[in-house]
Design a binder for this molecule. Structure first.
Ligand code: ASP
Ligand code: MG
Length: 380
């Protein structure tokens, strides 16, 4: 029996017809290697943002049910074009919506959780010798409503499919060739990691590293899925492997999240923060007032914090995290982190789980990432 592998291709990997053809060729290469292939695909390029902008041009407050139906169209376009491109190369393929693929979710529109996968049709397609292409980021509730899984949700689609199908591994393909010790666009001597334990990868994703979606990596850990981060431009199977296991002792990477805002909540203001729940990365009290660090991307454009009475104007902030257990437990490493960021205007810092996190003003985010990487990961 041949192995089942799941491959996920992100939006930039299928941004135009030429790239869809390249992905088709890569999928066919995997099939010719003897594997049964299931593909989870994102919408082409910027499609999801464009669809959301269209809805907002009609209404400032579009209903979530309609938003889900609307944005689910993006992945239907890419999945069908990819299936057609694969057939064009002489390999049978069939595409499936989330609903057809049996991705069953709860009812929470725009941020649904997958509760079950019934991949009968996908399996049948594989048994018939087809490549199965599944629309990422979408599912169906028990009431038959189309739902979406939250931005970047195609990673989650890939992981839950891999678990349900008993895939040997799940390859997350993007335009970077794996996981680096820092963002290689910012830190020129960032190193590509051959391997990173899942717990460290979870910490990196939670801390803002954009290669893998944090929820999906956590899902992979729960479900025992063998993850791999690869470049669409590289041959199948190359990249960073993510074996199960705890974060290493030494600091292996620095992750940056430069899309945060810090707000101060006055008495009577917490309702606004409650509406931003899930988006609050950290909070603390200072002079009896609540400070919160909020992740703007998780607000789904629903809560505009700046318009809430009792909430101070948001201050742009960046959080830099050194991932590795010594950044939590070794006072010398903690001191190196503090020393590296102090000249950048370190606002506050904390250590938890698999890393040390420091908060700096957003405009120094890149310089701070370079300084922290040089101090605790280094060149050697
Ligand atoms: N197309 C969706 C998004 O842009 C899902 C994904 O890319 O994974 O968020
Ligand atoms: Mg996308």
């Amino acid at each position: 029996m041949s192995r089942v592998v799941v491959q996920k291709y992100g939006g930039s990997s299928v941004a135009d017809v030429a790239r869809i053809r390249q992905v088709a060729a890569r999928v066919v290469q995997t099939v010719r290697g003897g594997d049964q292939v299931v593909v989870a695909v994102s919408a082409m390029g910027n499609t999801t943002n464009e669809l959301l902008a269209l809805a907002r041009s009609v209404s400032t407050n579009p209903g979530r049910r309609e938003l889900d139906l609307l944005v689910s169209v993006g992945e239907r376009v890419s999945m069908t074009l990819l299936a057609i491109a694969i057939e064009e190369l002489g390999v049978p393929a069939a595409s499936f919506t989330g609903s057809q693929a049996g991705i069953i979710t709860d009812e929470r529109h725009v941020a649904a959780q997958v509760i079950e996968v019934r991949p009968w049709r996908v399996r049948r397609a594989l048994d018939e010798g087809r490549v199965a292409i599944v629309a990422g980021f979408q599912g169906v509730s028990r009431n038959g409503e189309v739902t979406t899984l939250g931005r970047g949700g195609t990673d989650t689609t890939a992981v839950v499919l891999a678990a349900a199908l008993g895939a040997t591994h799940c390859e997350i393909c993007s335009d970077v060739d794996g996981i680096y010790s820092a963002d290689p666009r910012v830190v020129s001597d960032a190193k590509r990691l051959d391997e990173i334990p899942l717990d460290a990868a979870v910490a990196m994703s939670r801390a803002g590293s954009k290669v893998l979606l944090a929820d999906a990596v956590e899902r992979a850990r729960e479900l025992g899925v063998q993850l791999m981060a690869s470049a669409t431009a590289s041959p199948p199977g190359s990249g960073t492997a993510l074996p199960p296991g705890p974060a290493p002792g030494r600091v292996v990477a620095v992750a940056a999240d430069a899309q945060l805002v810090e707000v101060v909540v006055q008495k009577g203001g917490p309702a606004a923060l409650a509406s931003a729940s899930g988006a609050v990365r950290a909070w603390w009290t200072e002079s009896e007032r609540l400070h919160a660090l909020v992740d703007l991307r998780n607000l789904h454009g629903q809560a505009d914090l700046s318009n809430h009475p009792g909430v101070s104007p948001p201050v742009p902030a960046a959080a830099l995290t050194a991932v590795g257990r010594s950044a939590v437990s070794d006072p010398a490493v903690v001191q190196s982190c503090i020393t590296a960021l102090a000249p950048m205007g370190l606002v506050r810092w904390w250590a938890s789980g698999a890393g040390w996190t420091g908060l700096v003003p957003r405009h120094v985010a890149d310089a701070a990432q370079r300084a922290l990487h040089a101090a605790v990961v280094g060149g050697g």
